[in-house]
Write a protein that binds this ligand. Structure first.
Ligand code: HEC
Length: 156
């Protein structure tokens, strides 16, 4: 009797996971199609120079650490990591519900094409038409620190 119940439970669970997988894959495909809007928004074809990756404040371990704290849990109401993931791969716990998916900060090919100023703008004013909302409460210094931290993701 107990065994039968357990079996049913497992079948149900596997089916549930399967449904989630299908849903997630469809989200991924949709996100890929949305890449088009990015091309326009971010002007990816313009070649970036060293200037585009400079910071107006000192790049130091201390600043990166401050940025990490903000990114991982201090930014209110929703910390960046909830969507962009603890390791920056774009799969935070809230990510599955979003379309397009949050930016994957570990994807060097793309990250090398977006300038610090563009990231600053996305963080301060939100990323137009996506779930990335404006953060008007963050001080410029804090935003630069977060970007410094984001630049370290994927290079460890
Ligand atoms: C509610 C989920 C969510 C939260 C919270 C969130 N983001 Fe995003 N973020 C997104 C989504 C979705 C995109 C859009 C990706 C796209 O355009 O394909 C995005 C895009 C970005 C981009 C890329 C902009 C570009 O031009 O490609 C940056 C940089 C960014 N987010 C930084 C942050 C930072 C820093 C935080 C924390 C202060 C944060 N985000 C919080 C969901 C989120």
């Amino acid at each position: 009797m107990i065994k039968k119940f357990q079996l049913k439970y497992y079948v149900f669970l596997i089916l549930l996971i399967f449904c989630f997988k299908i849903f997630f894959i469809s989200q991924l495909l949709a996100a890929e199609r949305k890449q088009e809007h990015l091309e326009v928004k971010t002007n990816l074809s313009v070649k970036k120079t060293a200037k585009d990756f400079k910071f107006p404040i000192k790049v130091s371990n201390k600043n990166i650490l401050f940025g990490e704290k903000l990114y991982q849990d201090e930014v209110k109401p929703i910390a960046c990591s909830k969507c962009h993931g603890k390791n920056g791969n774009g799969f935070g716990i809230m990510a599955w519900a979003l379309n397009p998916l949050p930016r994957n900060f570990t994807q060097k090919k793309y990250m090398n094409k977006i300038s610090n100023l563009q990231m600053f703008d996305a963080i301060k004013n939100g990323s137009g038409g996506t779930a990335c909302l404006p953060n008007k409460g963050l001080k410029p210094r804090e935003i630069w620190r977060i970007i410094m931290y984001i630049r370290t993701l994927g290079s460890k």
